[in-house]
Design a protein around this ligand. Structure first.
Ligand code: NOJ
Length: 585
């Protein structure tokens, strides 16, 4: 979850913003109303993704060790409805099924992550390497390649071995750098003959801020004002070390690339004629993406972070800045450690200057930035609370990367939208709209000269959505989590994305409109199929719950009442539709 302002000041500002937004955005270059018909460069790679803890399940099978997410999700009150990733999509057992889904869309690449404790159960390589874990990833990679799907592999998507957390404090401790390097080295040794695209870390911003500052994510620590900065410092060093390991030991033989996947919302000044807002918006992006990208491309933290955190630390009576410092040796070691930059992008905020009202006593990453985040209430927000659809922000972020970091090679490693719905809904028109508009803004960015080589829809499947459990669905495919077999059903967006891929872009208005219409037509029959299936599993659940004396009121509601009402409404609307169609004929 990402923060957004929720107090009354923000609401007033939101209204003001609402009235002035129309004039704010008639920039000729970035005319966000227009749609661009055209194609992507030849060889552009289309993909979808997921990550180990979010999809694999099999949390305690075949010798896997515990990760911080296994432990965190088993603690009561940390995750929506106390859900866990114990079985999730059971992707551990469904390699072939999932690859058929990817083939159906004709994906060029699939992005997944390796679970560190699945292959090194304690996190320490010299303790034990788990052969069965290696075997699982071997099979996944082999099957992908047999089906002409390129694996893009993330080494760390948040599931640190629990032992490393308990013994050393996880990313608060510098010793993680060497342990992570050993793990990465093992992956290069075992899989590097076939994997040519490596991502060291996924979204370190979230690891640092949500893991060590707000505590919403594992390991759940609330070390305000220092924890996130320290974690980030070690993550950046670990990234650099792994890049050097690949560069010196493997690159000549394996000829692959090593990058990092950074997430970043775009920050747009509320008032583009106000210098303070412009600076605040720039600060927002620098504290987000720049925090990691600037050291990796230029050798040190953004100047604005050093200035702001440094000044506040002095005001708070501290002898040194809460933002750690790189030595000059470290700076040159870190600078340039990126063969490609992964970008995970979902949304945008309006930003205005705001001094921290709590003054000196407050000490946190958020107040260090001296700004307020706002949203336009007209932006669509079909799913996650933080995720507003603002396609033009994507183009701006991509252009920012181009100008700030010397036009690096970019892979979009995550982009997509969720739905937050009690009822099953395969006819996801809003997701079609989101993909259509965001992918179009990426196309415009490529025409601006941004070097984007590939795009990864997030995500292939509905999956465990961290502290939100299963309540937010990002998948192109719907997963029925109540059914033990975790069957997958295509949403309408599958058909639409497939068309974009087969045309390598957007040919013309008539065709694109046809894709949308056909996709939506097809999904209503899948919806009925699913409703019938769900009715069967609801009946089974009713029997189980009636015989279980410990059944809670909440379980009754989520397992019986909601699905029954949903199934009935899908069936009734199907009957009505048939009736209307008959009358029309
Ligand atoms: C970024 C994370 O990397 C990913 O795991 C998550 O599913 C998306 N954000 C959506 O919240």
């Amino acid at each position: 979850m990402q923060p957004c302002c929720g107090n009354s000041v923000c609401h007033v500002l939101m209204l003001v913003l609402c009235l002035s937004a129309a004039e704010d955005f008639d920039w000729t270059k970035n005319n966000h109303g227009s749609f661009y018909y055209g194609t992507f460069p030849t060889g552009f790679s289309w993909g979808a993704g997921g990550s180990a803890y979010q999809t694999e399940g099999a949390w305690d099978k075949d010798g896997k060790g515990l990760s911080i997410w296994d432990v965190f999700s088993h603690k009561k009150g940390k995750i929506q409805l106390n859900d866990t990733g114990d079985s999730s999509c059971e992707s551990y057992y469904k390699i072939k099924d999932d690859i058929s889904l990817m083939k159906e869309i004709r994906l060029n690449h699939y992005r997944f992550s390796i679970s560190w404790p699945r292959i090194i159960p304690t996190g320490v390589k010299s303790d034990h390497v788990n052969g069965k874990g290696i075997q699982f990833y071997d099979e996944l990679i082999d099957h992908l390649l047999e089906n002409h799907i390129t694996p893009i592999v993330t080494l760390y998507h948040w599931d640190l071995p629990q032992v490393l957390q308990e013994k050393y404090g996880g990313w608060q401790n510098i010793s993680m750098v060497n342990h992570f390097n050993d793990f990465a080295n093992l992956c290069f040794e075992k899989f590097g003959d076939r994997v040519k695209h490596w991502i060291t870390f996924n979204n370190p911003w979230s690891m640092a801020v949500e893991g060590y500052e707000t505590g919403e994510h594992a390991p759940g620590l609330k070390l305000r004002g220092t924890g996130a900065y320290r974690a980030a410092h070690h993550i950046i060093k670990a990234h650099a070390k792994v890049w050097h390991t690949y560069d010196t030991q493997w690159r000549a033989k394996q000829k692959g690339l090593v990058g990092i996947s950074l997430s970043g919302d775009w920050g747009e000044p509320v008032d583009i004629s106000n210098q303070k807002d412009i600076e605040a918006a720039e600060r927002y992006v620098q504290f987000y993406l720049g925090w990691f990208a600037t050291p990796i491309f230029h050798g040190d933290y953004p100047q604005v972070m050093k200035d702001f955190v440094g000044r506040k630390s002095v005001q708070q009576g501290l002898g040194t800045s809460r933002l750690p410092v790189f030595s000059s040796q470290e700076k040159s070691y870190i600078k340039g450690t990126c063969d490609f930059l992964g970008i995970g992008h979902f949304t945008t905020r309006y930003i205005t200057q705001r001094n921290d009202p709590t003054g000196r006593s407050s000490n946190s990453y958020f107040t260090d930035r001296d700004l307020a985040e706002l949203v336009d209430p007209r932006w669509p927000d079909p799913g996650s609370e933080w995720l507003y659809s603002v396609p033009w922000g994507f183009r701006r972020l991509l252009n920012f990367v181009k100008t700030q970091y010397g036009n690096p090679m970019i892979y979009v490693t995550e982009n997509g939208v969720s739905e937050k719905m009690m009822c099953t809904e395969l006819c996801d028109e809003w997701r079609i709209q989101y993909y259509k508009d965001y992918i179009n803004e990426m196309l415009k960015a490529i025409r601006d000269g941004v070097n984007v080589k590939g795009y990864t829809a997030w995500s292939l499947l509905d999956k465990f959505e961290w502290d939100e459990g299963y309540s937010e669905r990002f998948g192109l495919y719907y997963v029925d989590f109540r059914n033990k077999n975790k069957p997958r059903y295509p949403k309408a967006s599958v058909q639409f994305y497939k068309r974009i891929i087969s045309s390598n872009g957007f040919p013309n208005q008539r065709e694109v409109e046809n894709w949308r219409r056909k996709a939506v037509e097809m999904c209503s029959s899948s919806n009925q199929l699913l409703a019938a299936e769900e009715q069967r599993s609801t009946a089974a659940n009713i029997l189980r719950l009636i015989h279980d004396p410990l059944t809670s009121h909440m379980e009754m509601v989520t397992e019986i009442v909601v699905p029954t009402v949903c199934t009935l409404s899908i069936l009734i609307s199907a009957v009505l539709l048939m009736f209307l169609l008959r009358r029309r004929n």
